[in-house]
Design a protein around this ligand. Structure first.
Ligand SMILES: Nc1ncnc2c1ncn2[C@@H]1O[C@H](COP(=O)(O)OP(=O)(O)OP(=O)(O)O)[C@@H](O)[C@H]1O
Ligand SMILES: Nc1nc2c(ncn2[C@@H]2O[C@H](COP(=O)(O)O)[C@@H](O)[C@H]2O)c(=O)[nH]1
Length: 184
């Protein structure tokens, strides 16, 4: 059995995927897989830490395992990125949209452990994004995007694959993650 595992965190924008990823990194020392995007950095985001920020030209030159468009920006991840993370720790972690999560499950099989983060009221998602400091126009544009609408609920192809993490309450979500980590 392969000892290297990849936790794939997916779910709606604002649900808390990145917060839970950082929790797993801080507490369990999982290695972060940094992905690439053409979207502009948010306040406080740093190149090479939060994302590799690309322009269209540099993005098109990357050798990616998968790539998607999400609310008018491009996102993509590479096998090199996964291997770099696995070189640091047998447990790696990546945040992806639901299309990417399905692709990883297909390509990595049991090595990919998929978690779908959700909240019980979508109104909370917008509030969290605004509170995070996101530009309101960009939040509104995102909410209108097909990708945002698609990822609000777990898609059929992930229903038998992903474990749902309820993130209405931060402490409860952390407790659920602690239990899940024990099963890996
Ligand atoms: N349980 C929670 N209760 C209240 N606020 C939360 C909770 N979990 C996360 N947050 C906050 O909500 C905001 C969005 O969280 P986060 O950035 O982790 O979401 P995300 O799913 O990664 O979003 P995106 O896909 O838009 O990048 C952050 O400001 C975070 O601190
Ligand atoms: N399929 C992929 N999805 C990715 C990748 N990197 C990030 N994401 C997902 O995109 C949306 C938007 O991200 P945001 O940081 O702008 O809020 C979100 O669902 C991310 O999980 C990737 O390389 N491939």
């Amino acid at each position: 059995m392969d000892t290297k595992k990849l936790i794939v965190i997916t779910g709606p924008a604002g649900s808390g995927k990145t917060s839970l990823r950082d929790y797993v990194i801080d507490k369990y020392h999982a290695a972060k897989v940094i992905t690439h995007t053409t979207r502009a950095p948010r306040d406080g985001e740093q190149n090479g830490i939060d994302y590799y920020f690309e322009n269209n030209e540099s993005f098109n030159q990357l050798h990616l395992l998968e790539h998607v468009e999400y609310s008018h920006a491009k996102y993509g991840s590479s096998m090199e990125g996964i291997n770099e993370a696995w070189a640091k720790n047998d447990l790696a972690i990546i945040v992806l949209d639901t299309l990417g999560a399905a692709t990883y499950k297909e390509k990595l099989g049991d090595q990919a452990i998929v978690w779908f983060v959700q909240v019980n009221d979508p109104v909370i998602l917008r509030e969290r994004m605004i509170k995070r400091g996101d530009d309101i126009e960009r939040v509104n544009q995102r909410i209108c995007s097909n990708e945002y609408k698609r990822d609000i609920e777990i898609p059929d192809n992930l229903k038998n694959v992903a474990t749902i993490i309820e993130n209405n309450d931060w402490q409860k979500a952390q407790n659920q993650v602690d239990e899940l980590i024990k099963t890996i």
